[in-house]
Design a protein around this ligand. Structure first.
Ligand SMILES: [Zn+2]
Length: 379
């Protein structure tokens, strides 16, 4: 028994009769013929409906999309979708994960049907469930034995951008050729290098848009911090309507530092990856277990005397006077930072970090373990 009309007869042949299994014949409607699996489920419902017991309604699984494109996707007979485009989206992801391509036989607002491009027998048919607002898979021939397709049109640029967006978030310089390799390794599909370049551009654009969205929430974030974590300090500087700097110090971090950390504050900055750049300034301490204990952090436009002066000034206003508490400072030899410390607290003890000293040492061609040991021995 065929659940689908053969391709050549799609529009010409007369409707066929289908045995439903209870002796009656079912006339197929215009949209297609339902599979025996789906029909048998409906027959069970009817059989129960005639008895005195309350008629049970079978619950079909609903498709809610994927949170992560790495998730395994399954499709079943009876599965419900919000609309045809929702179903086609699921179908595309299913085909990509199972390494095959398909062709649409019907593709309109009422029904969607597709078969494997290699005509191996894999087919699917979906249409609106009667009297509901659900789009439902009515037929599914899952047997698919033509192997994977090396060139797969369903592996689109948009899909590649969304599937590998985390790689671009971690490494904005991740190359298009690496993306090509990853798609080949994970899905056994060949994408052209041009398509990979476009996918990379799209992924970076998506990330930039999500970054932009987050910068909009800085003021709300600071308000929420002050409301739900009283005692925390947050400051935002703007350049006209544009975001410039943000400083955050949580209440627990400040109290923890004052109550039980060594009297030493280490400061350093690192560059931010991503579309907007910037430098993350941080002040940390060491607790009694010699573990790193954060005190405050700030995001500034660059690392310079101006930004360091602003950050250290805000920090000291926040936690207290270093002379009173006899705190020492430790840092690398960044020019702006050295000047800022000299300007703000000339009489406070300031030490240089030996790890950074050694890095500079190596750059001046004093390489090797002997020099390293001698330097650490002196420290
Ligand atoms: Zn196939």
């Amino acid at each position: 028994m065929k659940w689908f009309k053969p391709l050549g007869e799609a529009s010409s042949s007369a409707p066929k009769e289908v045995h439903t299994g209870n002796g009656k014949l079912k006339q197929p409607n215009e949209e297609g013929v339902e599979s025996p699996e789906l029909l048998s489920l409906e027959i069970d419902e009817n059989a129960e409906g005639t008895s005195k017991r309350k008629r049970k309604r079978r619950k079909y699984p609903e498709w809610h999309g994927l949170h992560d494109l790495k998730e395994k996707i399954e499709i079943h007979v009876g599965q419900l979708f919000a609309n045809p485009s929702n179903f086609k989206e699921a179908l595309q992801l299913y085909a990509v994960q199972n390494c095959f391509d398909y062709t649409y036989m019907h593709n309109d607002k009422k029904r969607v049907s597709a078969y494997c491009k290699q005509k191996c027998g894999w087919r699917v048919y979906a249409s609106w469930k009667s009297n509901t607002k659900y789009f439902q898979i009515k037929t599914l021939e899952k047997v698919h034995n033509c192997g994977s397709h090396y060139y797969n049109k369903r592996v689109s640029i948009k899909w590649a951008a969304n599937r590998y967006i985390d790689n671009f978030r971690d490494q904005p310089n991740w190359k298009a050729s690496a993306l090509k390799e990853a798609v080949r390794r994970d899905y056994n599909v060949e994408l052209t290098l041009l398509a990979c370049y476009r996918a990379k551009r799209m992924a970076l654009k998506l990330l930039a848009r999500s970054d932009d969205g987050q910068y909009k929430f800085t003021r709300a974030y600071c308000n929420a911090l002050r409301q739900w974590n009283p005692g925390s300090s947050t400051y935002i500087q703007r350049n006209g309507i544009f975001f410039k700097r943000i400083y955050v110090s949580l209440d627990a971090c400040k109290r923890g530092f004052l109550a039980g950390c060594r009297p030493m504050i280490c400061v350093d900055a690192c560059f931010m990856k991503g579309q907007h750049g910037g430098q993350l300034h941080a002040a940390i301490a060491r607790d009694v277990n010699d573990n790193i204990f954060p005190i405050a952090y700030a995001l500034c436009e660059t690392e310079s005397r101006g930004t360091w002066t602003w950050f250290l000034n805000t920090l000291l206003e926040d936690i207290g006077n270093p002379r009173e508490h006899k705190w020492s400072f430790m840092s690398d030899r960044q020019k702006g930072l050295m000047e800022a410390i000299e300007y703000l607290m000339p009489d406070v003890e300031h030490r240089l970090c030996v790890r950074h000293l050694h890095a500079n040492f190596k750059n001046k061609s004093y390489k090797g373990k002997a020099y390293k040991d001698a330097l650490w021995g002196a420290a």
